[in-house]
Design a protein around this ligand. Structure first.
Ligand SMILES: NC(=O)c1ccc[n+]([C@@H]2O[C@H](COP(=O)([O-])OP(=O)(O)OC[C@H]3O[C@@H](n4cnc5c(N)ncnc54)[C@H](OP(=O)(O)O)[C@@H]3O)[C@@H](O)[C@H]2O)c1
Length: 182
Protein backbone atom coordinates (compact mmCIF):
# COMPACT_ATOMS: atom_id res chain seq x y z
CA UNK A 1 0.00 0.00 0.00
CA UNK A 2 1.21 3.48 -0.81
CA UNK A 3 0.78 6.53 1.42
CA UNK A 4 1.58 10.06 0.31
CA UNK A 5 2.64 12.57 2.98
CA UNK A 6 3.81 16.18 2.78
CA UNK A 7 6.39 17.77 5.10
CA UNK A 8 6.95 21.51 5.43
CA UNK A 9 7.92 24.24 7.86
CA UNK A 10 6.32 27.63 7.26
CA UNK A 11 6.74 31.08 8.78
CA UNK A 12 3.84 32.77 10.60
CA UNK A 13 2.89 34.29 7.23
CA UNK A 14 2.86 30.85 5.51
CA UNK A 15 6.15 31.15 3.57
CA UNK A 16 8.74 28.43 2.90
CA UNK A 17 11.51 30.61 1.44
CA UNK A 18 12.39 34.24 0.82
CA UNK A 19 11.78 35.99 -2.48
CA UNK A 20 15.11 34.82 -3.91
CA UNK A 21 14.22 31.18 -3.16
CA UNK A 22 16.49 30.78 -0.11
CA UNK A 23 15.17 29.16 3.06
CA UNK A 24 16.08 31.69 5.78
CA UNK A 25 17.60 30.78 9.17
CA UNK A 26 14.45 32.12 10.87
CA UNK A 27 12.49 28.99 9.82
CA UNK A 28 15.32 26.48 10.29
CA UNK A 29 14.87 24.74 13.62
CA UNK A 30 16.84 21.84 15.09
CA UNK A 31 13.82 20.09 16.63
CA UNK A 32 11.87 20.35 13.39
CA UNK A 33 14.87 19.04 11.44
CA UNK A 34 15.12 16.09 13.81
CA UNK A 35 11.40 15.32 13.31
CA UNK A 36 11.73 15.75 9.52
CA UNK A 37 14.96 13.77 9.06
CA UNK A 38 13.70 10.89 11.25
CA UNK A 39 10.49 10.74 9.19
CA UNK A 40 12.45 10.67 5.92
CA UNK A 41 14.51 7.75 7.26
CA UNK A 42 11.28 5.70 7.40
CA UNK A 43 9.84 6.48 3.95
CA UNK A 44 10.23 4.56 0.70
CA UNK A 45 10.66 7.58 -1.60
CA UNK A 46 11.39 11.30 -1.19
CA UNK A 47 9.91 13.57 -3.90
CA UNK A 48 10.90 17.19 -4.52
CA UNK A 49 11.64 19.88 -7.08
CA UNK A 50 15.14 20.53 -8.31
CA UNK A 51 15.91 23.12 -5.58
CA UNK A 52 14.58 21.31 -2.50
CA UNK A 53 17.15 18.65 -1.54
CA UNK A 54 16.78 18.21 2.24
CA UNK A 55 20.52 17.75 2.90
CA UNK A 56 21.94 16.07 5.98
CA UNK A 57 24.24 13.07 6.46
CA UNK A 58 21.64 10.43 5.44
CA UNK A 59 20.28 12.17 2.33
CA UNK A 60 22.42 10.22 -0.16
CA UNK A 61 20.96 6.89 1.04
CA UNK A 62 17.37 7.88 0.35
CA UNK A 63 15.55 6.89 -2.84
CA UNK A 64 14.32 10.09 -4.45
CA UNK A 65 12.46 11.53 -7.41
CA UNK A 66 13.56 15.01 -8.48
CA UNK A 67 11.08 16.96 -10.56
CA UNK A 68 12.49 18.82 -13.55
CA UNK A 69 11.38 19.89 -17.02
CA UNK A 70 14.90 19.41 -18.37
CA UNK A 71 14.05 15.86 -19.42
CA UNK A 72 10.95 14.49 -21.19
CA UNK A 73 9.93 11.79 -18.71
CA UNK A 74 12.46 9.85 -16.62
CA UNK A 75 16.25 9.74 -16.47
CA UNK A 76 18.94 8.71 -13.99
CA UNK A 77 20.51 11.56 -12.00
CA UNK A 78 24.27 11.36 -12.56
CA UNK A 79 25.03 13.38 -9.41
CA UNK A 80 22.71 11.41 -7.08
CA UNK A 81 22.96 7.62 -7.59
CA UNK A 82 19.79 6.85 -5.57
CA UNK A 83 17.72 9.40 -7.49
CA UNK A 84 15.78 9.61 -10.73
CA UNK A 85 14.92 12.83 -12.54
CA UNK A 86 11.18 12.94 -13.20
CA UNK A 87 9.01 15.12 -15.41
CA UNK A 88 5.36 14.38 -14.50
CA UNK A 89 4.30 15.62 -17.97
CA UNK A 90 5.94 12.51 -19.43
CA UNK A 91 5.56 9.75 -16.80
CA UNK A 92 3.13 8.94 -14.00
CA UNK A 93 4.13 8.70 -10.34
CA UNK A 94 3.70 4.91 -10.55
CA UNK A 95 6.04 4.74 -13.54
CA UNK A 96 8.57 6.94 -11.77
CA UNK A 97 8.53 4.83 -8.59
CA UNK A 98 8.89 1.65 -10.65
CA UNK A 99 11.85 3.08 -12.57
CA UNK A 100 13.44 4.10 -9.27
CA UNK A 101 13.09 0.55 -7.98
CA UNK A 102 11.68 1.76 -4.66
CA UNK A 103 9.88 -0.50 -2.17
CA UNK A 104 6.20 -0.04 -1.29
CA UNK A 105 5.59 2.40 1.51
CA UNK A 106 5.30 6.11 2.13
CA UNK A 107 6.11 8.74 -0.46
CA UNK A 108 7.29 11.95 1.26
CA UNK A 109 6.70 15.17 -0.70
CA UNK A 110 9.05 17.91 0.55
CA UNK A 111 8.55 20.91 -1.78
CA UNK A 112 8.83 23.50 -3.19
CA UNK A 113 5.64 25.46 -3.85
CA UNK A 114 4.69 23.93 -7.19
CA UNK A 115 5.39 20.37 -6.03
CA UNK A 116 3.45 20.80 -2.74
CA UNK A 117 0.54 22.18 -4.78
CA UNK A 118 0.60 19.45 -7.42
CA UNK A 119 0.16 16.73 -4.77
CA UNK A 120 -2.79 18.40 -2.98
CA UNK A 121 -5.40 15.97 -4.37
CA UNK A 122 -3.23 13.00 -3.35
CA UNK A 123 -2.03 13.60 0.23
CA UNK A 124 -3.04 11.01 2.81
CA UNK A 125 -1.24 13.11 5.43
CA UNK A 126 0.42 16.52 5.59
CA UNK A 127 2.79 17.58 8.39
CA UNK A 128 2.56 21.36 8.70
CA UNK A 129 5.26 22.74 10.98
CA UNK A 130 5.16 26.44 11.86
CA UNK A 131 7.82 28.81 13.18
CA UNK A 132 5.41 31.26 14.80
CA UNK A 133 8.00 34.00 15.44
CA UNK A 134 9.34 34.12 11.87
CA UNK A 135 7.94 36.33 9.11
CA UNK A 136 9.12 36.31 5.48
CA UNK A 137 7.48 39.29 3.74
CA UNK A 138 7.50 38.86 -0.03
CA UNK A 139 8.49 35.20 0.33
CA UNK A 140 7.39 32.04 -1.45
CA UNK A 141 4.25 30.38 -0.10
CA UNK A 142 3.79 26.71 0.75
CA UNK A 143 0.95 26.41 -1.78
CA UNK A 144 0.30 28.49 -4.89
CA UNK A 145 -3.26 29.12 -3.60
CA UNK A 146 -2.06 31.01 -0.49
CA UNK A 147 -3.12 34.68 -0.50
CA UNK A 148 -4.04 37.52 1.88
CA UNK A 149 -7.23 35.66 2.84
CA UNK A 150 -6.20 32.05 2.14
CA UNK A 151 -4.16 30.11 4.70
CA UNK A 152 -2.58 26.64 4.45
CA UNK A 153 -5.40 25.43 6.73
CA UNK A 154 -7.95 26.70 4.18
CA UNK A 155 -6.11 24.96 1.32
CA UNK A 156 -5.74 21.64 3.15
CA UNK A 157 -9.41 21.74 4.25
CA UNK A 158 -10.49 22.53 0.68
CA UNK A 159 -8.60 19.43 -0.46
CA UNK A 160 -10.32 17.14 2.04
CA UNK A 161 -7.79 16.97 4.91
CA UNK A 162 -8.56 17.40 8.62
CA UNK A 163 -6.18 18.69 11.32
CA UNK A 164 -4.89 16.66 14.26
CA UNK A 165 -3.73 18.16 17.57
CA UNK A 166 -1.01 20.82 17.52
CA UNK A 167 2.23 19.36 18.95
CA UNK A 168 5.07 21.43 20.33
CA UNK A 169 8.46 20.73 18.71
CA UNK A 170 10.43 23.56 20.35
CA UNK A 171 8.66 25.63 22.99
CA UNK A 172 11.45 28.23 23.26
CA UNK A 173 11.36 28.91 19.53
CA UNK A 174 7.54 28.58 19.28
CA UNK A 175 7.79 25.83 16.66
CA UNK A 176 4.84 23.43 16.41
CA UNK A 177 3.56 20.78 14.03
CA UNK A 178 0.02 19.80 13.05
CA UNK A 179 -0.52 16.59 11.12
CA UNK A 180 -3.45 16.75 8.72
CA UNK A 181 -5.08 13.49 7.60
CA UNK A 182 -7.50 12.65 4.81
N1 LIG B 1 10.34 25.55 4.43
C1 LIG B 1 10.29 24.35 3.87
O1 LIG B 1 9.84 23.36 4.49
C2 LIG B 1 10.77 24.18 2.46
C3 LIG B 1 10.37 23.06 1.73
C4 LIG B 1 10.80 22.95 0.42
C5 LIG B 1 11.61 23.92 -0.14
N2 LIG B 1 11.96 24.98 0.60
C6 LIG B 1 12.79 26.03 0.03
O2 LIG B 1 12.13 26.63 -1.05
C7 LIG B 1 13.11 27.01 -2.00
C8 LIG B 1 12.89 26.37 -3.36
O3 LIG B 1 11.64 26.53 -3.80
P1 LIG B 1 11.25 26.25 -5.32
O4 LIG B 1 9.76 26.34 -5.35
O5 LIG B 1 12.08 27.04 -6.25
O6 LIG B 1 11.81 24.78 -5.45
P2 LIG B 1 11.65 23.41 -6.13
O7 LIG B 1 10.23 23.01 -6.34
O8 LIG B 1 12.51 22.52 -5.35
O9 LIG B 1 12.35 23.61 -7.54
C9 LIG B 1 11.70 24.19 -8.61
C10 LIG B 1 12.13 23.40 -9.83
O10 LIG B 1 11.60 22.08 -9.74
C11 LIG B 1 11.16 21.67 -11.00
N3 LIG B 1 9.71 21.49 -10.98
C12 LIG B 1 8.83 22.00 -10.08
N4 LIG B 1 7.58 21.64 -10.40
C13 LIG B 1 7.66 20.87 -11.51
C14 LIG B 1 6.70 20.20 -12.31
N5 LIG B 1 5.38 20.24 -12.04
N6 LIG B 1 7.14 19.51 -13.37
C15 LIG B 1 8.46 19.44 -13.66
N7 LIG B 1 9.42 20.06 -12.94
C16 LIG B 1 9.02 20.77 -11.89
C17 LIG B 1 11.60 22.72 -11.99
O11 LIG B 1 12.94 22.35 -12.33
P3 LIG B 1 13.66 22.73 -13.71
O12 LIG B 1 13.98 24.18 -13.61
O13 LIG B 1 14.85 21.84 -13.72
O14 LIG B 1 12.68 22.40 -14.81
C18 LIG B 1 11.59 23.97 -11.12
O15 LIG B 1 12.43 24.98 -11.60
C19 LIG B 1 14.45 26.52 -1.49
O16 LIG B 1 15.06 27.55 -0.77
C20 LIG B 1 14.07 25.45 -0.52
O17 LIG B 1 15.04 25.28 0.47
C21 LIG B 1 11.56 25.14 1.89
Amino acid sequence: MRRIEGYVIVSSDDMIADESGEMPASIRNAADQKFFQAALDRVAVVVHGRHSHEGGPRAARRKRLILTRQIAALAPDSSHPNAMLWNPAGATLDEAIKALGAADGTVAVIGGTEVFSMFLPLYDGFHLSRAARARIPGGRPVFAEIGPNVTPDDVLTRHGLKPGKRRELDADAAVTVVTWER
